[in-house]
Write a protein that binds this ligand. Structure first.
Ligand code: HMG
Ligand code: MG
Length: 315
């Protein structure tokens, strides 16, 4: 199942969510200029999709208050899609005002998480997202849908598979082009991923699905490997493993993009992403926050550089 031959030549789309999912939960205040530099460096690494920011309430998530200024400052590359998270029509209007052509809405699998995250229950959130999607469609803006807490909820625990299947259908019915099934708190393991995919893929074409893993328990890469054998072709990740979720206590950052690209490269899977350039982008943002990022690739790179420095000084 996981031998190199079976994946060689496959293409995977990596959605870089570090500037949004990562920075929304970092305590350090990252300046607008540094966010712009970070996004531009990610663009230089040829990431095909970068979630740049969120047009959410600045009272709720102050880290994303400068979304419009970040969009105004970045240099957009023709082959990269620059996207933003939006919770309502007001957020969509702000995003469109900033020239954003692709947005994402975020529904939850569980009532409690929905209320904590967006101050309303699931049904009310779908009314809001329906209005948003209708408005976006008439304006020619593409909409992605996230489904949070699909693998487990910090408040309600296990989530029935039938709920996840139904919620994916419900999001697709709004007209979103893809649903990013999300492990908000990083509880998923490969067995659970396989079972969930067996159920969801019985109803949904694989090209309408993405997976969004947080790496709280260190299983995110293994989860990607499990999902690859189901032909899933889109994975979210954040440079260096930045971030978490402000409304999911204890949630760690996303799967680190550099770790993901390293593994996909090793399997012969094409992403178009330059790992050296991505690594520079990761190093840049690491220098702007107040803790070491969890990326194993970044740690190994640093250790190798230190070793080479020692060897040179011994000569
Ligand atoms: P609310 O307080 O219930 O709504 O928030 P409201 O309509 O009463 O608005 C409150 C204030 O926010 C008002 O301003 C509005 O004008 C303003 P005031 O009158 O108090 O001065 N407002 C806005 N301002 C700017 N842009 C907007 C906007 N909307 C309202 N778009 C609301 C409801 C949904 C707005 C709020 O709860 C919110 O913004 N929540 C966002 C929470 C969030 O960003 N969470 C993290 C992202 S989700 C995530 O990380 C999960 C994901 O990664 C997948 C996974 O891992 O699971 C995607
Ligand atoms: Mg997330």
């Amino acid at each position: 199942m996981t031998n190199r031959q079976s994946f060689k030549g496959r293409k995977v789309t990596v959605v870089e969510v570090g500037p949004r999912d990562g920075l929304q939960n970092e305590k350090a205040v990252v300046s607008t200029a540094d966010k712009i530099e970070f996004v531009n460096r990610l663009g230089a690494a040829s990431l095909p999709v970068i979630e740049v920011s969120a047009f959410v309430s600045p009272t709720w998530v102050p880290q994303m208050a400068d979304a419009a200024a970040v969009f105004a400052g970045i240099t957009r590359r023709p082959r990269t899609r620059y996207t933003a998270l939006v919770p309502n029509v007001a957020g969509l209007d702000r995003a469109m005002g900033a020239g954003v052509q692709e947005v994402a809405v975020f529904a939850a699998s569980t009532e409690t998480f929905s209320r904590k995250n967006i101050n309303q229950g699931i049904d009310a959130s779908f009314d809001m997202y329906k209005a948003l999607c209708d408005h976006a469609r008439s304006a020619g803006v593409r909409v992605r849908g996230y489904l949070s807490t699909a693998f487990g909820c910090p408040y309600e625990g296990d989530v029935p598979l039938e709920t996840v299947v139904a919620m994916v259908d419900r999001l697709l019915a709004l007209g979103v082009f893809e649903v990013a099934v999300s492990d908000t708190i990083g509880v998923a393991h490969p067995g659970q991923v396989s079972t969930l995919l067996e159920h969801v893929l019985a109803h949904t074409p694989v090209d309408r699905l993405a997976l969004h893993f947080h790496d709280t328990r260190g299983t995110a890469l293994a989860n990607v490997l499990a999902a690859l054998s189901f032909e899933v072709g889109t994975f979210d990740a954040s440079a260096g493993g930045l971030g978490g979720c402000p409304y999911a206590p204890g949630a760690a950052g996303n799967l680190a993009t550099d770790d993901l690209i390293y593994m996909l490269n090793g399997l012969g899977i094409e992403t178009g992403v330059s790992l050296p350039d991505l690594s520079e982008a990761t190093r840049f943002i690491a220098s702007r926050i107040d803790h070491t990022l969890p990326s194993r690739y970044a740690a190994a790179r640093l250790a190798n550089e230190n070793l080479r420095r020692e060897v040179r000084s011994e000569k």
